[in-house]
Design a protein around this ligand. Structure first.
Ligand SMILES: [Cu+2]
Length: 403
């Protein structure tokens, strides 16, 4: 009696758990704000292909699941051992070795899998094709942030280099070439496509497209050490005209600051920061702005013939053109939220507006390891540089001009 009651309770609770999680999943599918990493909420061409594969396969698998479960329950009830049964007496007819059944349950699953394979192959073929106006972006994973390189004029050299937030034109395919500078990472913007590993020494292709302007969140999904859990990224999709404006800004050097504090900050920057970070147009110790050329960098292969490369750290030339920093952990602008997802048409801007969040920048400069676990002794992440409050003030005054 007791066992029976426990079994009933377990069954009811189990069913409830399934229903509640199913309901949460469906609810989640309708809101990117509450579930920004939901794969069941496709926002672009490629994610749609995956979604339209998931739905029929899930339906078929669900049907099989129900049939099998009902069969199991029916058999358990129907052929239950009776208390009065004596060994061997009243046993049901044994069907072991029934040829019809054996052939049947070999053929039926084979047919089901063959049908699913048609959907599968069709989806895989569709995942690779791109439209003629696709743009190219090289994605480089690094402990613990993402770098993006654009070759805007397709001449084989990098024209734009940025970090954390990838800006793309809405409605156009983006061909990603995914690489890693250290260990294996995995690039994943669930609303736009599936995951793709970033493996040192290899280049993996992935195509993404966002149907509408908006900000789409992502997360590194291959364990990559200390700060793996906060190695996040964003894709910001812009209207075509806004994207052109962004490209224009990103390929123009920010104006040299005139403010005294910012100039002092620039000087501190040249002394303290340029061993790792690059700002295009700055030469350590030089009077006039100058483009870093031929900066020796063991981390890049010969093939990257570019003057824009930094040393193992985000290029800061246009820092304030991103909305967030430090791997999407902190906001660069007040009132922004690193996890706020805007998917309404037209909400994403080419040039972030609003007041810079200088407190966040100061917090970062006081001690980056307070914000994000890193291991600078082993060349992973940014060290505490022991800056004075005055230096920090000056540095921030300079950094906010980088737009
Ligand atoms: Cu990672």
């Amino acid at each position: 009696m007791r066992n029976k009651r426990n079994a009933t309770i377990a069954l009811v609770l189990g069913t409830l758990a399934c229903l509640v999680s199913g309901w949460l999943l469906l609810r989640g599918a309708t809101s990117l704000e509450t579930f920004p990493l939901n794969t069941l909420n496709p926002q672009g061409r490629k994610a749609d292909i995956i979604y339209s594969l998931v739905v029929p396969v899930f339906a078929i698998a669900g049907l099989v699941f129900i049939l099998v479960e009902v069969g199991v329950l029916w058999m358990a009830a129907r052929f239950r051992r009776n208390h009065d049964d004596v060994e061997g007496v009243g046993e049901p007819v044994q069907v072991h070795g029934n040829t019809g059944l054996e052939i049947g349950w070999t053929i039926v699953p084979a047919v089901i899998l063959a049908v699913v394979a048609v959907f599968n192959a069709n989806a895989i073929l569709q995942m690779d094709d791109t439209n003629a106006d696709a743009i190219d972006v090289t994605v480089v994973g690094q402990q613990w942030w993402w770098e993006y390189r654009y070759d805007i004029d397709s001449d084989g050299t990098v024209d734009i280099i940025t970090a954390t937030q990838m800006v793309i034109p809405a409605g156009r395919d983006v061909k990603l070439a995914i690489q890693s500078r250290d260990v294996i990472h995995s690039f994943w913007i669930p609303a736009l496509n599936g995951k793709m590993d970033a493996v040192p020494g290899r280049t993996h292709p992935l195509v993404i497209e966002a149907a509408d302007p908006g900000i789409y969140e992502g997360q590194c999904t291959e364990f990559c050490g200390l700060s793996h859990g906060v190695m996040r990224m964003q894709v910001k999709a812009l209207e075509p005209a806004a994207y052109d404006e962004w490209v224009q800004r990103m390929t123009t050097a920010p104006e040299q600051p005139t403010d005294e504090k910012a100039l002092a900050g620039q000087e501190v920057f040249v002394q303290q920061c340029t061993s790792c970070h690059q700002i295009n147009g700055l030469e350590p110790g030089a009077e006039a702005p100058y483009l870093y050329a031929d900066l020796p960098n063991p981390n890049y292969g010969e093939d990257v013939g570019s003057t824009l490369l930094s040393q193992n750290a985000p290029n800061l030339t246009h820092l304030m053109m991103r909305d967030t920093f430090a791997g999407n952990l902190l906001d660069l602008y007040q009132g922004d939220s690193a996890v706020a997802v805007e998917t309404t048409v037209g909400s994403a801007e080419a040039v972030p507006s609003g007041e810079p969040d200088t407190n966040n920048l100061k917090k970062w400069l006081r001690n980056p390891e307070d914000i994000k676990p890193m291991d600078p002794e082993n060349n992973q992440g940014m060290p505490n540089l022991g800056l004075s409050e005055e230096q920090i003030d000056q540095l921030v005054a300079f950094l906010v001009t980088l737009k």
